[in-house]
Ligand binder design. Structure first.
Ligand code: HEM
Length: 458
């Protein structure tokens, strides 16, 4: 995809190209123009990547007020920055991000403590449990589907992934009603946090605050989290799961974890793990609808490997084509379309001087479409992953990179693989949208609901 945007911005002097030597201060930018990337940030970022990638390690947007923005174009530099937790922090984007103290938003010692308590919950035997839970919840979801009819696919997948998370991490199931309420809350968060570079350009005092609707949605999710915590506390012999690990950590005097942080962490896991995975599965069905031959291959593989049973842990390594489909879905439609960092102190990177408060944007969406790296970058082609798990690795980072890489990535990949294979062996799923317009918020949201026609197979 080419775009005239970068040239327009360059012409306006808004985009300063950084060379190894030095950079020229921008001309006279205009705020009205500076807000334009907010109108279509995805197209803007892809255009910048295409036009300046390979030439310059990074470029910068220099607005008249507010933070300077650096867009990192060199994939090696992306990893260098994400690797370097000492120099770069994950910024709190807007007031909402500072509300909660979970793994996603903490820094320093608190982050280290939380990550070390939680990491074991995502490895080894626990992963096998998730796999089996994903298979069982997929079956339960389809049991409520009509033999033929239309479903709101993203809502269905959100309810499903919430149930997997709560059963896997908190040993508790959630009702479809709770699932739908959390999904609606996530949509509210999405609307409120819609990505708008214009907001970054404004001084913090002028940025919009949180709406009543947002606060109500936040309270709802918090209520769900508190119920899980209360239930665990009331058990004489609590299950060995993530929440128990956190509650035990809280009682350990050497670990600093307040009651509020425990609630925050629970809320973050409910939301971070649920929505991203639901989007990935829904997008996989979109791509498979557009590519019926790929869909047929998934179905054939699912029937051969699963033989009509629900997927279980031992099937994982054999669902290879399905895995390629998920990897390709995460390439073209990465739920985390942008990753941000800010320098902790003045620093130099890729020939540019960066100061605290400036925003560094590292966009999987743009890198995953870089035509210098990928053949036919906008084509959905799961075969590009056949036998080459590391192909294009540097320019492929749907789960981030470095010490803060997604803690749930294996869970998400396994779950998505099982759900897609498990459903396709029993149902035809056809996403009714021909086009897929996006509304990039914190995650890559579809601009419309994703309705799908589902038809049971004999
Ligand atoms: C396809 C699904 C998913 C995608 C695309 C995704 C993407 C990401 C990305 C890009 C990051 C790094 C953000 C950064 O460096 O600023 C991240 C971090 C994180 N993810 Fe995921 N994620 C997914 C699923 C999950 C699941 C299933 C869970 C939990 C069960 C989870 C929990 C987290 C947490 C807690 C962090 C913060 C880690 C830290 O800072 O130490 N994610 N995710």
């Amino acid at each position: 995809m080419t775009s005239v945007w970068p040239r327009i911005f360059a012409a306006l002097g808004l985009l300063t190209v950084i060379t190894e030597a030095a950079h020229t201060p921008p001309g006279l930018p205009v705020l009205g123009n500076a807000t334009k990337p907010g109108a279509d940030p995805l197209r803007f970022l892809v255009g910048v990547q295409q036009t300046y990638g390979g030439q310059y390690p990074l470029v910068q947007l220099d607005p008249p007020v507010g933070q300077r923005i650096h867009i990192v174009l060199d994939a090696g530099l992306v990893h260098e920055i994400l690797e370097d937790r000492e120099r770069f922090a994950r910024p709190a984007l807007g007031p909402q991000a500072t509300r909660r103290q979970g793994l996603l938003s903490t820094e320093g010692a608190l982050w280290e403590t939380q990550r070390s308590v939680l990491e074991p919950e995502f490895l080894g035997a626990t992963l096998a449990d998730y796999a089996n839970i994903s298979g069982a919840v997929t079956e339960a979801t389809m049991a409520n589907w009509p033999a033929q009819g239309t479903v709101d696919l993203l809502e269905e997948m959100s309810v499903l992934t919430l149930r997997v998370i709560t059963r896997g991490l908190f040993s508790r199931d959630t009702s479809p009603e709770t699932g739908r309420a959390v999904h609606a809350a996530m949509e509210t968060f999405g609307r409120e946090l819609e990505f708008d570079i214009g907001e970054f350009l404004l001084p913090e005092t002028l940025q919009s605050g949180l709406s009543e609707e947002f606060l109500a949605a936040d309270e709802l999710v918090e209520g769900v989290a508190e119920e899980f915590i209360d239930w665990h506390r009331s058990q004489a012999d609590p299950p060995a799961d993530m929440l128990t690990a956190l509650i035990e950590a809280q009682q350990d005097p050497s670990i600093e974890l307040s009651a509020n942080e425990l609630v925050d962490e629970t809320v973050l896991f409910l939301t971070a793990g649920q929505e991203t995975t639901a989007l990935t599965i829904a997008y996989a069905f979109y791509w498979l609808t557009q590519h019926p031959r790929a869909r047929e291959r998934v179905r054939t593989e699912a029937s051969r490997v699963l033989g009509g049973d629900q997927p279980g842990w031992s099937d994982l390594s054999e669902l290879t084509y399905t895995e390629q489909v998920i990897r390709e879905t995460l390439r073209l439609t990465p739920a985390a379309w942008n990753i941000s960092r800010e320098p902790r102190a003045p620093t130099r990177v890729g020939g540019a001087e960066l100061a605290p408060g400036e925003l560094v944007m590292l966009s999987p969406y743009a890198h995953h479409r870089d035509r210098r790296v990928w053949d036919n970058p906008t084509t959905f082609d799961p075969d590009r992953w056949a036998g080459v798990a590391s192909r294009g690795q540097d320019a492929y980072f749907p789960f981030g990179s470095g010490p803060r890489i997604c803690i749930g990535r294996q869970v998400a990949l396994t779950e998505a693989q099982f759900v897609v294979a498990g459903i396709l062996q029993s149902y035809d799923v056809e996403v009714l949208a021909e086009e897929l317009p996006f509304r990039p918020a914190v995650t890559l949201q579809p601009a419309t609901t994703l309705q799908a026609r589902v038809t049971a197979r004999d």
